[in-house]
Ligand binder design. Structure first.
Ligand code: FAD
Length: 295
């Protein structure tokens, strides 16, 4: 049973902001793959909804004049996975979102919804953290942009003020140029399962492929919100491409992550696989960047 009091359909971003101001109790609905499940479960009885799903200006992927990749918040996972800009510059994001749910969920679910729900297991989130994504928000006072790490406040809570809409996710050119990445999702099943742990790594190598210029790593489900592992990143930066560096990087993640015990997995198990995932994802990223990890 869907107990919905009213549904207001926004025709533009400005219209959505106006509707949210006029109906301060209303909740945004995009694809509805989270919202409708919650309503059907009896949560949010009598809810008012502002649908943004018809705002085509919030859908699609483009390169701006600075070379930044702009992903409209309403872009579906299927669209992202097939998009030529994503495939050319950050294929790992397409690979990560191809692991979400099943085909129906990937057709209806949006990257905006996946980040605005504030959930640590969201499959797009760790890769967006690892690529220094910037969140664009439009509200009554105009547009503001903030790093994704500042967008997440606590489990289930992101920095969206009243009547604000997340309009785009931006990957600046310096964050992706010369970087190659890999995402690993560890779940109990291959499909239709939430991650026990997600790990996204990317790396930039020196011209001779012998040195790690920079490495970035982010996890989902290693804490209440997605997170970067700064100690591990520092352990790899400027180091030789070698098994020793990969091992030091992987072990260092334990200084950064704080997984918990849950019915899906024990903390100790999550810590164990976090190290292994870091090792594998860095090794794969190095290979994608044209390097080779020598023993
Ligand atoms: C069967 C099933 C399997 C799933 N499997 C996975 C999985 O494997 N991995 C995974 O990561 N997720 C999974 N999900 C979760 C879900 O599909 C995603 O979280 C999805 O990306 C949400 O997007 P949506 O457009 O449907 O959001 P909605 O349900 O419409 O909204 C989600 C939340 O975000 C807010 N919101 C949405 N868009 C905006 C915006 N632009 N600005 C401000 N607020 C906004 C809404 O108010 C709501 O709070 C699964 C869901 C189902 C039902």
């Amino acid at each position: 049973m869907y107990d919905i009091k009213a549904l207001y359909e926004a025709a533009s971003v400005e219209d959505a902001v106006r509707l949210l101001q006029e109906h301060p109790e209303a909740q945004i609905i995009a694809g509805g793959s989270d919202v409708l499940v919650q309503i059907r479960e009896g949560k949010r009885a009598g809810v008012e909804l502002v649908s943004i799903y018809g705002i085509d200006a919030m859908r699609g992927i483009s390169l701006d004049e600075t070379g930044a990749i702009r992903i409209g918040s309403l872009t579906s996972f299927s669209h992202i996975a097939a998009d030529p800009i994503i495939r050319e510059h950050i294929p790992v994001l397409g690979e990560a979102v191809s692991l979400v749910g099943g085909p129906q969920i990937r057709n209806i679910g949006t990257i905006g919804g996946n980040t605005c729900n504030g959930v640590t297991s969201a499959d797009s989130a760790s890769t967006l953290f690892a690529w220094d994504a910037v969140i664009e928000i439009t509200g009554p006072s105009g547009i503001r942009r903030l790093p994704i790490q500042n967008f997440y406040i606590k489990a289930g809570k992101v920095d969206l003020q009243p009547a604000e809409v997340q309009t785009a996710i931006i990957i600046p050119k310096p964050a992706y140029e010369s970087y190659h990445g890999n995402y690993i999702k560890y779940a109990m099943r291959e499909a239709m399962d939430i991650a026990n742990l997600g790990c996204s790594v990317n790396v930039s190598l020196s011209d001779d492929k012998k040195t790690i210029r920079d490495a970035r790593i982010a996890y989902g489900v290693a804490g209440p919100i997605p997170m970067r592992a700064a100690t591990a990143e520092a352990a790899a930066k400027g180091q030789a491409v070698s098994a020793e560096t990969v091992n030091a990087f992987a072990k260092a993640v334990l200084s950064d992550i704080h997984p918990r015990d849950s019915w899906r997995a024990a903390k100790a198990f999550r810590e164990h696989i976090a190290v292994e995932m870091a090792k594998r994802a860095l090794t794969k990223s190095i290979q994608l960047a044209g390097g080779e990890v020598c023993e």
